[in-house]
Write a protein that binds this ligand. Structure first.
Ligand code: FAD
Length: 297
């Protein structure tokens, strides 16, 4: 099934996992998928390591999600270091596994300061990848979007124009980068409305349970840490259980606010921690039922 069709019954609740490192056996992820499948997500997405790393398992794991668990799978695919031939091979494998959904991304530039992107790259931006995927068959294509503006973008308007281009070239739905202040999302929805972007937007939510990790992620992706959340990090940084509890409560509060405001979807970055995802999904079980009842009325 194509994920764009899932948005007919919104909100769509999805989960994201990342594959094990190449030197680790693939079966180390099986318990995670097993536990997450219990939460009855609408789809599960599997990340893809742009700079090598964890890209080898992405298709295999998406195949297990789709064909063993019967849950819709979304395979991430980056293009910054890929050739057209590599992309076509992966799309072929996805087709063979009956996977119809791809999250088309540029990928992050390697952190190495001496890195210079090769001149003859087959792709420069995610929009190039989207156009290529679109030309190759009937995939449902997701793309990334940035309520706080992409860290490399020249300006907010330049970033919105790039987003519009991704939509015009074939993106069917969007997933946001994480944010810790919902006001960024509400402003973003207004702005994309002005740009006439009307495809569904699922909101990426990251439950924060580790101070160093969120500081590293936000410094890389440019998301801000609001004062309210900074207080939580500073107060409980040396008490993992307290930080976990507060992080789960904070993410849950964000989600409830977003669901109440009519969001198209919630995409939980699980960080391969099913117990955290379980607590959050449990907290919103009555709200999920509320929407299910509305959809079936
Ligand atoms: P693009 O849409 O190409 O944008 C990149 C930058 O270029 C932006 O600043 C944009 O404004 C600018 N730009 C775009 N087009 C043009 C143009 N024509 N002219 C000038 N400027 C332009 N990374 C991974 O490596 N693996 C993953 O699995 C992964 N999953 C992700 C999932 C989600 C939901 C999100 C939000 C991000 C994910 N990322 C992943 C990170 C992502 O690869 C990075 O954020 C990356 O820096 C940008 O990717 P993009 O697809 O948004 O790029």
């Amino acid at each position: 099934m194509k994920i764009r069709d899932l948005f007919i019954n919104k909100p769509v609740i999805s989960l994201e996992i990342f594959p094990p490192k190449p030197e680790t056996p693939i079966d180390t992820i099986f318990d995670t998928i097993d536990a997450l499948s219990d939460l009855k997500p609408d789809f599960i997405s599997v990340t893809y390591g742009a700079a090598g790393g964890s890209k080898h398992y992405t298709v295999q794991i998406a195949d297990i999600i789709k064909n063993k668990y019967g849950i819709e799978a979304l395979a991430h695919l980056t293009c910054i270091n890929s050739t057209k031939k590599e992309v076509e091979d992966i799309l072929q494998q996805l087709k063979k596994s009956n996977i119809e959904n791809v999250l088309a991304l540029r990928g992050d530039r390697p952190q190495d300061e001496s890195y210079i992107a090769p001149e003859d790259n087959d792709y420069k931006y995610a929009s190039d990848l989207i156009a290529h995927i679109k030309s190759l068959g009937d995939f449902c294509i997701g793309a990334a979007c940035y309520p706080e503006v992409h860290i490399e973008a020249e300006s907010c308007i330049a970033d919105l124009r790039s987003l519009k281009r991704k939509v015009e070239l074939g993106a069917d739905f969007l997933i946001t980068q994480l944010f810790l202040d919902n006001n960024f999302y509400f402003d973003f929805i207004e702005k994309i409305g002005i740009m006439d972007i009307s495809i569904p937007v699922s909101v990426g939510i990251m439950p924060v349970i580790n101070k160093k990790q969120i500081e590293r992620i936000t410094s890389l992706c440019g998301a801000s840490i609001p004062t309210k959340f900074r207080r939580i990090l500073d107060r409980y940084e040396n008490n993992p259980e307290a930080l976990k509890e507060a992080g789960i409560a904070y993410a849950t509060e964000q989600i409830i606010d977003l669901l109440s405001s009519g969001v198209d979807g919630i995409h939980l970055y699980t960080m391969n921690k099913p117990e955290v995802a379980r607590k959050i999904i449990k907290q919103i079980s009555s709200i999920r039922s509320h929407f299910e009842n509305l959809n079936h009325a």
